[in-house]
Design a protein around this ligand. Structure first.
Ligand code: NAD
Length: 357
């Protein structure tokens, strides 16, 4: 990798620590929020209301209609409400779906976001937004949607069910792995990616064994934040395009799709990425040729989905997924035709362990 590169540091604040949600009023003041649009995951509504109780007079609405991939009609109705209420800021408590809706509002209304993430999607660290209509997820990038403050309070994640925890952590892992070789990767993003892999690799098995292990949850959140930064600072490629089709067109759960596809997208690209596989192997504690298999083993050990069949996707749909994804891929370490993607998807559908190269 050349040492001639540009890294743009974005204006954002990350706050870590158990109990750090107590600092929310400080940031609400700092950003001058007076008519707050509070977006809360339905499973976190009670918690969200308690978080804002100290400044309830500034909360214009508590919005709990949150859906993954931000359907167009949902974005439209939230935007209409934000206009009626003259909202001047958004606070989110939830996963990538809550953050995604907040981003739709930031994009249309130019208002700042404070995010309190409760999953490991990492969306709160990216300038990427997405809206889905007509079976197609349309994404874009704009600095206005990057949350100004992200508060990582692991106490907010203690009740996240294992089924969401494992897959969501794999979503973060996918950002880190892909961040190593996506367009825009540079020595800073590489360091961030590897640190993210290390944190997730070290903490995920502990969290799955003891979901209320606060130290392990903190480490997992740190890994997710690194994942979000690297995703936002590089770009998306083959892996993400496949996952976006699986989610946007076939409505598979976003994090589950990432979990299943990651070992196979890594396997597909491994031969073209010897340096990256070596770095990953060092962190994962395996041989470079075993990186994809090692990711699959980690998924199995953590009870994370490993097959598209298990997620309910019929085999007859694989051709459409391959065709749609192939049409969207702009760059990849090795050429990827529709036929290549079909082979990759067949393996992901069957859930077979990638064989060492
Ligand atoms: P999610 O936000 O839909 O949450 C997953 C599940 O976890 C939901 O059932 C939710 O109710 C539950 N949940 C969340 N917090 C909880 C808590 N504290 N306790 C109990 N249950 C809780 O899923 P996600 O994987 O976080 O996000 C997926 C969405 O985010 C997708 O639409 C994806 O495209 C988007 N995303 C965007 C980016 C980006 O950079 N723009 C990055 C990653 C993901």
């Amino acid at each position: 990798m050349s040492l001639s590169f540009t890294y743009v540091q974005r204006e954002r604040t990350l706050v870590f620590g158990a109990g750090s949600r107590q600092r929310l009023p400080e940031f609400v003041d700092q950003l001058g929020m007076r008519r707050i649009f509070l977006v809360a995951d339905p499973n976190g509504e009670v918690l969200a209301r308690s978080l804002v109780s100290q400044f309830a007079d500034r909360v214009a609405v508590v919005w709990i209609d949150v859906r993954q991939h931000v359907p167009e009609d949902l974005a439209a109705s939230a935007r209409e409400r934000a206009t009626e209420l003259h909202a001047d800021g958004v606070i989110t408590l939830g996963g990538g779906s809550a953050t995604g809706l907040a981003k739709a509002l930031a994009l249309s209304h130019g208002i700042p976001i404070i995010a309190l993430p409760t999953t490991y999607a990492g969306s709160e660290q990216t300038t990427i937004y997405g809206v889905t209509g007509n079976r197609h997820k349309q994404t874009g990038s704009n600095p206005v949607v990057l949350p100004r403050v992200s508060i990582y309070d692991a106490e907010l994640t203690l009740d996240l069910p294992p089924s969401v925890t494992g897959a969501s952590a794999f979503n973060a892992l996918a950002h880190c792995v892909n961040g190593l070789y996506s367009t825009g990767a540079n020595p800073v993003t590489t360091a961030i990616s590897l640190e993210g892999v290390r944190a997730i690799r070290d903490s995920l098995p502990a969290v799955m064994a003891s979901p209320r292990d606060i130290a392990a949850r903190e480490s997992l959140q740190f890994g997710a934040a690194m994942a979000g930064i690297t995703l936002g600072d590089t770009s998306t490629g083959l892996h993400h395009k496949i996952c976006h089709v699986l989610g946007g067109t076939f409505n598979l759960v976003h994090a589950d799709a990432h979990s299943v596809v990651l070992p196979h997208s890594t396997d597909f690209n491994a031969a073209a990425l010897p340096g990256e596989m070596k770095r990953l192997a060092d962190v994962l504690g395996c041989q470079p040729r075993d990186v994809a298999a090692s990711l699959w083993d980690l998924a199995k050990a953590c009870g994370v989905p490993t097959s598209l069949a298990q997620l309910g996707l019929g085999r007859e749909n694989l051709r459409e997924v391959a065709a749609r994804a192939a049409a969207e891929i702009k760059s990849n370490p090795r050429p990827a035709t529709e036929e290549d993607l079909l082979v990759l998807l067949e393996r992901a559908h069957a859930g077979t362990r990638p064989i060492s190269a």
